[in-house]
Design a protein around this ligand. Sequence first.
Ligand code: 6PG
Length: 248
Amino acid sequence: MGAKDGKKKIEKRIFDSIKALADTAAEALLKLANEMGDRSLFIGLSGGNTPRVIYQRLAEEPYKSGIPWNRIHLFWGDERCVPPQHPDSNFGMVSESLLSRISIPGKNVHRLKGENRPDEEAEAYEKEIRKIVPKSKSGIPRFDWIFLGLGTDGHTASLFPGSKSLEETKRICVAAIHPESGRKRITCTLPLINNAARISIFITGKDKGEIVAEILKGKEGHVKYPAAMIGPSDGILEWWMDKSATRR
Ligand code: 6PG
């Protein structure tokens, strides 16, 4: 089942609050790490307000000392083209909410360098992912778990509606542009994201209600939304939502 055949199965997980969602996500990461035995875990992180609450929870007990952080490799699904100290930096957000509060080896933190030239950095990051993340039979790196957010315009990672990056079939990481602000970004592409073993889209807040309803109800034209193109070719797709995001 792939994203393009329109038959992808979405596991919907609905929570009373963002706190309940974050608790369950943190618990799920601990469980996954325990199930993996001694093997390393490769996780793709997202920016956004919902994932931030999950990172904050992961920085608290029992996860702070219970998760074997030395076996976890963190990557970013997208980044804004700003230096890491900038308030818009996705790395900066994860650093502040999680990395500065846990003990994780620096070599496990694979930052997308927003301060570099976007096309060069996209190429360098692609190489880094290919070097570190184990590949599936298709030759594409396979993340154990990718976290994503959802924008009210249907974007996910920095894949925006109508953008060229959605047509990418070979490159796993490309330079992108935010359509309204014109600001530069770097994003992982569908071939990489859809090759993951597990993909979770984290969505909270009533402003997301409309786009959630459009995509989940399969309203005409919904296939144009990047978030609707997310569907692992051989993996699990979950939409984690709070009640307000499902009001429609
Ligand atoms: C980014 C994100 C993006 C985000 C959504 C949802 O860097 O902007 O990776 O895809 O997850 O825009 O963001 P919110 O949770 O803040 O609404």
